[in-house]
Design a protein around this ligand. Structure first.
Ligand code: 9G3
Length: 573
C-alpha cells in the first residue's frame, strides 16, 4: 500500500482522552477512532490487525474440530426469558423493540441462541460431539467503558459453544479448546498465562481465564513461580495456616484508642503489627440481616468468596448507621466480643491467632488479648480472604507472587445449565433422553489487539509481533531524488511480488516525519533509502523492535527481508 493514498490518520501529539498506552498508541497510529463512549471505528490499519488475529483463531478453531457459523446480533427476549437472564441482567443488556413492539436485545453473548438452534436440530448422540463458533460483534452496556478497545461497549468476540453426550467427552472437548487457546495466543506473539478462574468447584476446575500479563491489566492474578498454578485472586483458594495452640492466654483488656479507626492507626497507636489486629466487617446479607466477617488486619476480604459461601448475589457493607445501631459505636470500633445476634464468619487465618486486637463495640475503645473461643464464638470458619503475594502455593512449598493481567480469553464448563433450562436434549445409545453437556469459550478479538499493544511498544510507538503486524515492512525514501524514488518503487514491486506486505511511504514529507510515523505505526522492518547510502551502494534496514540497523547492497534486500519475515512468523507461531 502507498501511504500517499492510504487512510492512516496518524496523530503528532497525544490525544487527551487516552488513559492507557494501547488506547493512546492505537489512536496515534491511526488504527481506531471513537464514535461514542466505548464505541470505536476500526480504520484500515486497525482492521488489518483484527483480521490477522481472526485468521489465527479460525485456523486453530477449525483444527480443533469446531465449525464456524454466524448467529444474529438481534436476540429475541423470549429465549432470554426461558433462562431467566432477561431479568437477571440489568442495564448492561442493551434492549430494544422492533417495529411490532417486540422485545429484543443486542447479543452480549449467545448461549440462548445457540442452545435454541441445538434443540431444534440435534436429536441423537450420533450427532455429538458438536462445537460451533462465530466471530461477531457483541454489545454490553458497560457502566464505565474505558481504555479504548480494552473495555468497549461494542467489541469483537470469538464465542464457541460445545455440546457433548457425557462428562468425559465434555472434559476432552474442554481440554481441546484450552490447548487451542494456548496455540492461538502463542501464535499472536503474546506473553500469556492460563489462569484457574473458578477453582474449588465440585468436579475440578470449571473455567480458565487466559491472561495477557500487563501492568495496566484490570485483573489481579496470583501465580506460583515454580509450578503451573495461577489463579485469579477473585477465586484463588488460600491454604489455611497451621493452627498452633498457645500455652497460656493473657486476660482480655479494654484499651482507649481515640480516633484509631483503621488498622494502620491502631497498629501505630498500640505499636503492634497489622497481623495482630482483626477487622470485623459487617455486611448487609439480607433485608434486615447483618453478617459479620472477621479478617486479619493485613489481609483483604474477598467478597466473591463470602457471597459464594452465603449463596447470595450482591453483598454490600452495612451502612454506617446500621453499624451504629448494632454496635453502639461508629465504623472502625466494631468487634466480635458481645456482638450478638449477628452471625459470625471468620477467615481461617484468625484460627492461628491468639491474644489479638479487635474493636470494642464502643467509641474510641479496642480490646487486646482477645482469643477465640474463650471471648467469642465463631459460627462458621472459611476461606474468606483475598490471596496475596507471599501466601503459600496450594501445590508446592513456594510462595505466591502477583501480576496484573488483561483477560483475553475465557473457557467455561457449562454442564447442563442451559440445556436443562431450554430442553436441549438428545437420545443416547439406550434411547434415553439426556440434556447435552455444554462448554463455552470466548476470545476478545479486539481486546487481544489492544493487549498486544500493551505488551509490545516503546516510547516511540507500537512494535508489532510479526504474525499480527498490519504490514510486515515499510519503505522510507528519505529524499525525492530520482535514484531514491526509482530504488523505492523497484523494491516496493519486488517485495509485493514476493508476497511481503509492504507499506511505501511515498508522501512528500521530510525524513523525520516518515521515521516518526513508521515508529508509531510499528511495522517490524523499516527499509530506509537515502542518497548517501545509495552512493555507497547500500540500503539501511532497521528492526523496529530492537532498533538494530544493518546496511545491505540493494540486490540483497529482498532476500534478507523475505528470510527475516519468514523467521519472525515462525518464532511466534
Ligand atoms: C449478559 C450481559 C453481560 C454478560 C453476560 C450476559 C458476561 C454473560 C458471561 C459470558 C460467558 C461466556 C460465551 C463466550 C465466552 C464467555 N457478561 N457473561 O453471560 F446478558 Cl449484558 O459471556 N459466553
Amino acid at each position: 500500500m502507498r501511504l500517499s493514498q492510504s487512510f492512516i490518520p496518524t496523530m503528532r501529539q497525544d490525544p487527551g482522552e487516552a488513559e492507557v498506552t494501547s488506547h493512546r498508541l492505537m489512536l496515534r497510529a491511526g488504527m481506531i477512532r471513537k464514535v461514542a463512549a466505548g464505541i470505536y471505528s476500526y480504520l484500515p490499519l486497525g482492521l488489518r490487525v483484527i483480521r490477522k488475529i481472526e485468521a489465527i483463531i479460525r485456523e486453530e478453531m477449525n483444527r480443533a474440530g469446531a465449525q464456524e457459523l454466524l448467529l444474529p446480533i438481534l436476540s429475541p427476549a423470549e429465549l432470554w426469558k426461558e433462562t431467566g437472564r432477561w431479568d437477571f441482567y440489568g442495564k448492561e443488556l442493551i434492549r430494544l423493540h422492533d417495529r411490532h413492539e417486540r422485545d429484543f436485545c443486542l447479543g452480549p453473548t449467545h448461549e440462548e441462541v445457540v442452545t435454541d438452534l441445538f434443540r431444534r436440530e440435534v436429536s441423537s448422540y450420533r450427532q455429538l460431539p458438536l462445537t460451533l463458533y462465530q466471530i461477531q460483534t457483541k454489545f454490553r452496556d458497560e457502566i464505565r467503558p474505558r481504555f479504548g478497545l480494552m473495555r468497549g461497549r461494542e467489541f469483537i468476540m470469538k464465542d464457541a459453544y460445545s455440546f457433548d453426550q457425557d462428562e468425559a467427552s465434555a472434559q476432552h472437548n474442554y481440554q481441546q479448546m484450552h490447548d487451542a487457546y494456548c496455540r492461538i495466543f502463542s501464535r499472536t506473539g503474546l506473553q500469556f498465562r492460563p489462569v484457574e478462574a473458578d477453582t474449588g468447584l465440585i468436579g475440578g476446575i470449571s473455567s480458565h481465564e487466559f491472561m495477557v500479563l500487563a501492568n495496566t491489566g484490570e485483573e489481579l492474578i496470583v501465580f506460583d513461580p515454580d509450578s503451573a498454578y495461577a489463579a485469579n485472586v477473585e477465586r484463588a483458594e488460600v491454604v489455611p495456616p497451621p493452627t498452633q495452640t498457645p500455652e497460656k492466654l493473657n486476660p482480655l483488656e479494654k484499651v482507649s484508642t481515640p480516633n484509631a479507626k483503621s488498622v494502620e492507626d491502631l497498629s501505630t497507636l498500640l505499636k503492634v503489627d497489622a497481623n495482630r489486629v482483626v477487622k470485623t466487617l459487617l455486611y448487609q446479607t439480607g433485608e434486615n440481616e447483618i453478617t459479620a466477617v472477621l479478617i486479619r488486619g493485613d489481609h483483604q476480604a474477598n467478597e466473591i468468596k463470602i457471597q459464594r459461601f452465603l449463596g447470595i448475589h450482591d453483598l454490600t457493607l452495612a451502612s454506617p448507621d446500621a453499624v451504629e445501631r448494632i454496635t453502639n459505636a461508629p465504623v472502625g470500633f466494631v468487634g466480635p466480643v458481645g456482638l450478638s445476634p449477628v452471625r459470625l464468619l471468620a477467615d481461617h487465618a484468625i484460627g492461628a491467632l491468639s491474644d489479638f486486637i479487635v474493636g470494642g463495640n464502643e467509641t474510641d475503645v479496642h480490646l487486646i488479648n482477645v482469643n477465640s473461643p474463650r471471648d467469642f464464638a465463631v459460627d462458621d470458619w472459611g476461606d474468606f480472604r483475598q490471596a496475596q503475594a507471599g501466601d503459600l502455593s496450594p501445590n508446592s512449598d513456594s510462595r505466591l507472587q502477583t501480576a496484573r493481567g488483561i483477560e483475553v480469553g475465557h473457557v467455561f464448563m457449562l454442564g447442563t445449565k442451559y440445556s436443562e433450562k431450554m430442553g436441549a436434549t438428545f437420545l443416547d445409545a439406550e434411547g434415553q433422553s439426556q440434556p447435552a453437556i455444554m462448554g463455552c469459550y470466548g476470545i476478545g478479538v479486539s481486546r487481544t489487539a489492544a493487549a498486544a499493544v500493551e505488551q509490545n511498544h516503546d516510547e516511540k510507538g507500537i512494535c508489532w509481533p510479526m504474525p499480527i503486524a498490519p504490514f510486515q515492512a515499510q519503505i522510507l525514501p528519505v529524499t525525492n531524488s530520482d535514484a531514491v524514488r526509482q530504488t523505492s518503487e523497484k523494491l516496493y514491486h519486488e517485495l509485493g511480488k514476493e508476497n511481503i506486505e509492504v507499506l511505501l511511504d511515498d508522501r512528500n514529507e521530510r525524513g523525520g516525519v516518515k521515521f516518526n510515523d513508521a515508529d508509531m505505526i510499528g511495522t517490524p522492518y523499516h527499509i530506509i533509502i537515502g542518497d548517501k547510502s545509495l552512493a555507497n551502494n547500500t540500503i539501511e534496514v532497521k528492526d523496529r523492535k530492537t532498533g538494530e540497523k544493518i546496511h545491505l547492497p540493494p540486490d540483497q534486500v529482498i532476500g534478507w527481508i523475505k528470510e527475516a519475515v519468514t523467521r519472525k512468523l515462525k518464532i511466534e507461531a
